[in-house]
Design a binder for this molecule. Structure first.
Ligand code: NAP
Length: 320
């Protein structure tokens, strides 16, 4: 089968499409024929060799994907050949025609959800859910700023929060991105590249401030996020690409909290809650992953360049 292989850390050009042996399932394992693989920013950090997590070389990137079950190992009871599934991680990497998975990391994919959408579920929607509901404990009637709403995690957060009864402001760097953010449920959309957008965001709450901010680029925004929080406000740091200096007094004056999160820390109970919430949201149509670009697997380097460029529009997925 064909798979993307990385033999050395570096730029997007180290992603090569190669012929590799078909994986074989051991007991408790499943082979999934990948119809689409999700591209997440973290896969570019790992590929560059600068991330805390460095897989042994060579490796196949990717943890998100969707497709059909191609083979099951001994003792697998929840899935049969032909079942539609989405992946919450894999053992062999999802940038490939097939992926080897633990049975426990597969989730049924509803019939109303395409494979491309299935590849956009686990990391983006799982992260948005953990950030909003487990870390920030967001609830109906609260105000939310999704700082970076046009990408994979941001769109997920907008849809979830709107369905849960929050008042949602979302930001994007382009007109097209802001139109998408509004179409997916934000009450208001602002341009995070405009210097005055913090003042505008605060004005949208009548000067009261946000109960919750989910932050995609904390190294740029965290200091000023603290100045537009309501009393007891919470900022959840989802993404950050460098250090930043903050004034702790801004948090102190508001009894505010800065909360970190990484989906890697989700417990089995957290994951069960995420899968249940996603199943309900896909079923009732409140969760609708937006696919901005479908790129052939062989062009994975282009996908890695695109995911780091400004002008996000939902998800980028690779198609074998
Ligand atoms: P993505 O699809 O590439 O989207 C990136 C988002 O960041 C876009 O909405 C982009 O908006 C926005 N952005 C750009 N400049 C910004 C600014 N100055 N202020 C606020 N937002 C800005 O990426 P993603 O998958 O949504 O992930 C977002 C971030 O979260 C990444 O850093 C990723 O590594 C991280 N992440 C963390 C976890 C975790 O477990 N903690 C999980 C998933 C992702 P425009 O392009 O419209 O400017």
């Amino acid at each position: 089968m064909k798979a993307i292989r990385v033999h050395e850390f570096g730029g997007p050009e180290v992603l090569h499409l190669e012929e590799v042996p078909e994986p074989q399932p051991s007991a408790g394992q499943v082979i999934v024929r990948i119809a689409a693989a999700g591209v997440n920013p973290v896969e570019t950090y790992i590929r560059s060799g600068t991330y805390a997590l460095k897989p042994p070389l060579p490796y196949t990137p990717g943890s998100d994907g969707a497709g059909t079950v191609a083979a099951v190992g001994q003792g697998v009871t929840r899935f049969a050949v032909g079942d539609r599934v989405y992946l919450a991680g894999s053992l062999s990497g999802t940038y490939a025609e097939r992926a080897l998975c633990e049975e426990g990391s597969l989730v049924p994919l509803p019939a109303n959800t395409s494979f491309a959408q299935g590849a956009a579920l686990y990391v983006p929607y799982g992260t948005a859910y953990q950030a909003l509901f487990r870390r920030a404990k967001a609830h109906s009637g609260e105000t939310l700023l999704v700082h970076g709403a046009s990408g994979g995690v941001g769109i997920a957060a907008v849809q979830m929060a709107r369905a849960a009864g929050l008042r949602v402001t979302g930001t994007a760097g382009t007109d097209r991105g802001r139109e998408l953010v509004l179409a997916e449920g934000a009450h208001d959309a602002l341009d995070h590249s405009a210097a005055d957008h913090f003042e505008k965001a605060l004005a949208l709450t009548g000067g009261r401030g946000y109960d919750v901010i989910v932050e995609m680029l904390a190294n740029v925004n965290l200091a000023r996020d603290l100045t537009i929080l309501a009393r007891d406000g919470r900022v959840v740091v989802i993404g950050s690409r460098a250090p930043i200096e903050i004034n702790p007094r801004d948090a102190m004056m508001r009894d505010a909290s800065i909360l970190g999160m990484t989906l890697r820390n989700a417990t089995p109970a957290d994951l069960a809650a995420i899968y249940a919430a996603l199943a309900a949201g896909l079923e009732n149509g409140t969760l609708r992953p937006v696919i901005g670009q479908q790129i052939p697997l062989a062009e994975a380097p282009r996908a890695h360049t695109a995911v780091m460029e400004p002008g996000a529009y939902g998800k980028i997925v690779l198609v074998p």
